[in-house]
Design a protein around this ligand. Structure first.
Ligand code: F6R
Length: 231
């Protein structure tokens, strides 16, 4: 337990994926209609692959889960290779047989959809190199709403790694800090030595809007990290 967070350190990224899949599977077994805010990015991909393996093996059913989009670039069509919606469909929704989704397009309809669900049961998040959550760039206070914003140079640089030659769109829409912090449980996945300093800071400094991830310590937070990100 570090500063209110449950901290689960695993030897490597594959063990991280197994531990994170165990955590998610336990939540789904307790409530098959779980509503989940779903991060894309590199970190959660082995976890989603492990969940998909369990679904294919008949060890887990996730078809009643509701998958809620966390963030998206602005002005990117669904068939654009950079669409985060398509990334969520490919990596999470389709392999897990999920039938219900909430797409993030307009802040008001998004907030209404989450209210209609009765709030989010689980937020699965990655940690931005600058402490962002979704695209809540620093500074983002706890009441920052779902909104359109400009990406910071750090996020443009980290996101460039996903798209090869294609430019990273400069604007994005993100689920607000208000929605993320209201999730009944939060699972933060952190992998790699390049995340070590920001993870320490998120768990030990603040909490401050200058490091949005540090605000998670006010919520029921479980961090699953690999040793590279922690030791
Ligand atoms: C992705 C997202 C981002 C990432 C974060 C870490 O939907 O919301 O906040 O979770 O930038 O990215 P990776 O996991 O690629 O290091």
């Amino acid at each position: 337990m570090v500063s209110g967070a449950e901290l689960n350190i695993q030897p490597d990224s594959q063990a991280l994926a197994t531990a994170a899949a165990d955590f998610i599977a336990e939540q789904v077994r307790a409530n098959p209609d779980l509503s989940i805010l779903v991060a894309t990015g590199n970190t959660p991909m082995p976890t989603y692959a492990e969940l998909a393996r369990r679904v294919r093996a008949g060890e887990l059913e996730m078809n009643r889960v509701v998958a809620v989009q966390l963030d998206e670039y602005l002005g990117v069509a669904e068939d654009d290779p950079r669409s985060l919606w398509s990334w969520m469909l490919r990596s999470f929704v389709e392999p897990l047989g999920i039938r219900r989704t909430v797409k993030l397009e307009d802040p008001r309809t998004f907030e209404a959809a989450i209210a209609a669900l009765g709030g989010l049961d689980l937020a699965i998040l990655g940690l931005g190199p600058n402490g962002h959550l979704g695209f809540n760039e620093p500074p983002s206070p706890a009441d920052a709403p779902t909104r359109v914003l400009e990406l910071t140079p750090e996020s443009l640089a980290s996101n460039a790694a996903y798209w090869g030659e294609l430019p990273v769109p400069r604007q994005a829409i993100t689920a607000g800090m208000d929605i993320i912090l209201a999730a009944r449980k939060t699972l933060l996945l952190v992998s790699g030595a390049h995340k070590r300093a920001v993870l320490r800071s998120a768990l030990e400094d603040g909490p401050t809007p200058d490091l949005p991830a540090s605000l998670l310590r006010r919520t029921p937070l479980t961090v699953v990290a690999d040793e590279a990100a922690w030791v």
